[in-house]
Design a protein around this ligand. Structure first.
Ligand code: NAD
Ligand code: DAU
Length: 353
């Protein structure tokens, strides 16, 4: 099929990005998908082995903060649309390296916005900048309530502040340069290919290796979990049918306290590994809390549900089971990404256990 749109997906070798790139490459042969990624510790081309040979897919290795390089690829390829996921994404790392997060997440987004505006400012027809954001920009909820699209931004970590700032720039470019944009704010994702620094894959890896499970604080923090492929489906819908200058919240309708999630994970893992019931729970170790730890996130996803007909396709139990199976079937992937630099991060982050 002839290509009628060139789409730049940034961060496409990372966790969510790789699921999105695969979905777009497999579903839209009329698009040429350019995947731009610097391949930091979380970016991994192994995630995309199955689609890398396709003619309407191109991988570009580069840094979104490199203005000369970014301008050169926008001028060379003339992307009709950008779906922007590239970011430093881990809250704990942002506490240790806030400046690095500001550089990538704020400056990097601005470099992309500048390049996009320079290219199309006189003719925006059919163009769109899609910013992939997070529910963390809204800050923390108390025991009740949900994040709505109208909830004021109130970020608490350097990571969420950098994402909030970049969202503001996207909106400002929309107002100032009439750039067509859309933003979605999603809750916690889980699933295959997630780097094992985040709660679920870290704990799966530790259970496999019979290492302690470091639960921060009292474990009573709540997150709203969504299977990554359901997020990719939501992004697809928002990209194609969302309205310009609108925000869409995406969530799993699936709140879990960390400690309850960890206990469910332990149960499923004991069964799959053929270990006695209760074996993995004994690995739970309460450790010092994350500074500025947000108590609770929960998304009101009724707008995307009502307007675009999106809803999660899996229950959490089913999604978690599929996720564990993927990690057990892909031990080489896990061993590969946890060797080398990751061990330095791990030893430093979890020095107390
Ligand atoms: P990830 O860390 O797995 O992937 C990020 C990707 O961006 C990596 O491939 C990395 O190499 C790339 N990258 C980092 N810095 C770059 C740079 N300077 N130039 C080019 N590429 C660079 O992250 P993820 O969990 O897949 O998150 C993707 C996006 O979705 C982020 O913007 C994040 O804020 C957002 N998000 C994540 C979640 C979640 O639960 N993981 C939820 C909501 C929103
Ligand atoms: O809400 C969306 C966000 O979800 C995304 O924007 C971020 O990119 C993503 O990293 C994620 O942020 P969290 O901080 O919520 O995810 P994380 O997996 O790091 O932690 C989930 C919860 O588990 C949180 O309450 C902290 C806790 N935790 C985490 C780790 C890594 C622990 O108790 N122990 C741990 O070792």
């Amino acid at each position: 099929m002839a290509v009628n749109k060139k789409i730049l997906i940034t961060g496409g070798a990372g966790f969510i990005g790789s699921h999105l790139v695969r979905r777009f490459v497999n579903n839209y042969s009329n698009y040429h998908i350019y995947n731009l990624d610097v391949l930091n510790y979380a970016g991994n081309l192994e995630n995309l082995k199955d689609i890398e040979h396709k003619d309407h897919y191109t991988f570009l290795r580069g840094d979104i903060t490199n203005e000369v390089y970014i301008n050169s690829i926008f001028n060379a390829y003339k992307f009709d649309a950008v779906i922007h996921l590239a970011a430093e994404s881990h809250v704990d790392r942002s506490i240790k390296n806030p400046l690095g997060f500001a550089k990538t997440n704020i400056l990097g987004t601005m470099v992309l916005l500048n390049a996009f505006v320079s290219l199309w400012k006189n003719d925006w027809k059919g163009k769109r900048f899609y910013q992939i954001s997070t529910d963390e920009v809204y800050g923390s909820l108390g025991a009740t309530g949900l994040f709505k699209e109208t909830t004021p931004y109130n970020p608490n970590s350097p990571y969420s502040a950098s994402k909030a700032s970049s969202d503001h720039f996207v909106r400002a470019f929309g107002e100032t340069y009439v750039m067509p944009y859309v933003i979605s704010n999603c809750s916690n994702n889980y699933g295959p290919n997630q780097f094992p620094e985040k709660l679920i894959p870290l704990f799966i890896n530790n259970i496999i290796n019979k290492k302690p499970l470091p639960v921060y604080g009292d474990g009573n923090y709540t997150r709203d979990w969504l299977y990554v492929k359901d997020h990719a489906m939501a992004i697809d819908l928002v990209f194609h049918r969302g309205k310009n200058h609108e925000i869409y919240n995406i969530g799993g309708f699936n709140e879990y306290k960390n400690i309850d999630l960890v206990k469910l994970l332990c149960k499923q893992m004991d069964k799959k590994l053929g270990r006695d019931f209760g074996t993995s729970e004994k690995l739970i170790t309460y450790v010092k809390d994350r500074p500025g730890h947000d108590l609770r996130y929960a998304i009101d996803a009724s707008k995307i549900n009502n307007e675009l007909g999106w809803a999660p396709s899996l229950t959490f139990e089913a999604g978690l089971s599929k996720t564990i199976d993927w990690y057990l079937d892909n031990k080489a992937w896990l061993e590969n990404v946890t060797s080398g630099d990751h061990m330095n991060y791990y030893t430093n982050q979890y020095a107390d256990i």
